[in-house]
Design a protein around this ligand. Structure first.
Ligand SMILES: Cc1cc2nc3c(=O)[nH]c(=O)nc-3n(C[C@H](O)[C@H](O)[C@H](O)COP(=O)(O)O)c2cc1C
Length: 189
């Protein structure tokens, strides 16, 4: 079934290239992310874009888990945080994280449209991320993502360990829609 190519072809690469990301494209990503929906329009997301040249870059890289070392190649690492008190808690749910996710996903689709790639991560030390980018103490860091143009794995093949090589070669998969999409009642396909 045909759907938007930006959605179907999106992927989270582990090899980013060195190509510079044009500032107009960063502006487009920001514009896309700010138009995301959010609970009561609270827009609780806070993005910090950290380029390779930024003085916060080394500290943010150090916050990443060892398994996410691949992200250090990306031209940008972006930390997204929010004040958990600054948005609604309808049904006792932490909607600040939902707001952030909607905004990031909107940015991701625009990134694909601009020929860029995003790889989101939850593997990092929160205190180190907060300290690196200066989020206030009461904020939660919600996600860190790598951003840039996808690189050619052949060019860095020797630097990749076996796990990374497997990831480069993998085929993206999803559960069958009958497993988690239902009609009328849970469990009913
Ligand atoms: C909230 C979130 C956290 C993730 N954390 C990591 C991570 O720490 N390291 C990593 O390599 N990939 C991480 N991923 C990427 C997922 O593994 C990836 O999206 C999934 O395997 C599907 O692949 P695709 O995005 O290429 O379709 C994360 C994705 C999301 C949305």
């Amino acid at each position: 079934m045909e759907i938007l190519p930006e959605i179907r072809n999106r992927e989270s690469p582990v090899v980013f290239g060195n190509m510079n990301v044009e500032s107009e494209k960063i502006d487009a990503l920001i514009e896309a992310a700010r138009w995301a929906p959010s609970c009561f329009n609270n827009q609780s997301w806070n993005y910090v874009f950290v380029s390779k040249e930024a003085d916060t870059r080394e500290a943010l890289e150090e916050a990443l888990s060892r398994g996410n070392a691949w992200a250090k190649r990306a031209p940008y690492l972006v930390a997204v945080g929010a004040d958990p008190e600054a948005t609604c808690k309808t049904n006792g749910l932490p909607y600040y994280a939902y707001d952030v996710a909607l905004s990031v996903m909107t940015l991701v689709i625009e990134a694909e449209h601009q020929g860029l790639r995003v790889h989101q991560m939850s593997g990092w030390n929160e205190e180190k991320v907060k300290e690196a980018v200066g989020f206030p103490e009461n904020y939660r860091a919600v996600v860190v993502f790598a951003l840039g143009y996808e690189g050619d794995p052949e060019e860095v093949w020797d630097e990749l360990d076996e796990r990374m090589r497997e990831r480069v070669k993998r085929t993206r998969t999803r559960k069958a829609s009958t497993e988690n999409f239902f009609h009328t009642r849970f469990g009913q396909s």
